[in-house]
Design a binder for this molecule. Structure first.
Ligand code: SAH
Length: 248
């Protein structure tokens, strides 16, 4: 709530209102509280799904990133008050920002290290890219819907994420000039693991993708490349993502 300046000064003088700076800080803090609550729900989901995911809690670095990135900036303004609900939300163009638990889980499972180069397919709102950018050295992210990709690029830059590079295009093909990547996160569902992405994964790298049919069941699959370059895949959890499209 903003008060007319004169009225505010009077209230401050009377000791009934805090100076404006404090009001702004209080607003930021209101979101911080919501974010902490969201993080607690995400941790609860981690415990509930531990049997299939193999992880019962977030790495502290991942938890800190989820607790820091301002999700309310990545959703349409009219949905800002719902940004810290642990659920996906529409972002326009028939796309969604993923559920916070799923973003956290995928981030957790690709184990981004401070020196890592990471590729994301499906920039969408830019939220997952921001979380990855908190944890890795460099993030490359590709979006096929131009207006979404451009909006995310502008937002990420205005929030000060200097280590994210965005591109408009078909992420199925990866980003060969920037390869190899230590981690790859696919946030739209292909019906098979894209071979170009496997090829662009470094030895020791982790690739996570929701693989499955457009309307049926999709399974979060985690692929690891060992030091010799052999790929090993395991199924993590049943999920529901928008489809990976090939042409617009
Ligand atoms: N990571 C996003 C979630 C986006 S939903 C976030 O944090 O908000 C999936 C996104 O993948 C959509 O924006 C969709 O347009 C995009 N997408 C679908 N097929 C794609 C493709 N072949 N290449 C790149 N992006 C794709």
């Amino acid at each position: 709530m903003t008060l007319p300046m004169i009225l505010r000064r009077r209230l401050i003088a009377a000791g009934l209102a805090a100076p404006l700076g404090a009001a702004v800080a209080a607003e930021a803090d209101a979101y911080a509280t919501a974010r902490r609550r969201m993080l607690a729900e995400v941790e609860a989901d981690m415990r509930d799904t531990a049997r299939s995911t193999g992880r019962d809690r977030l790495d502290p670095r991942v938890a800190a990133a989820i607790g820091k990135v301002p999700r309310h900036r990545f959703v349409p303004a009219q949905l800002a008050d719902r940004a810290y609900e642990n659920r996906p939300l529409p972002i326009g163009h028939e796309q969604t920002i993923s559920q916070p638990f799923i973003v956290a889980l995928m981030t957790e499972l690709v184990e981004p290290k401070a020196t890592d180069r990471v590729l994301e397919i499906g920039t969408g709102s830019g939220y997952q890219a921001a979380v990855l950018a908190e944890l890795a050295a460099r993030v490359h992210t590709i979006e096929i819907v131009r207006p979404l990709g451009e909006q995310a690029a502008a937002l990420l830059s205005s929030l000060g994420y200097r280590n994210v590079e965005t591109r408009i295009g078909d992420g199925y093909l990866g980003w060969p000039e920037a390869a190899p990547f230590d981690a790859i996160v696919v946030t739209a569902a292909p019906d098979h693991m894209p071979q170009p992405l496997i090829d662009q994964l470094a030895p020791g790298g982790r690739l996570i993708a929701p693989v499955g049919s457009r309307f049926g069941i999709q399974t979060l699959q985690l692929l690891r490349k060992d030091a010799q370059g052999r790929a090993l895949t395991r199924s993590v959890l049943e999920v529901r993502f928008v489809p990976l499209t090939r042409e617009r």
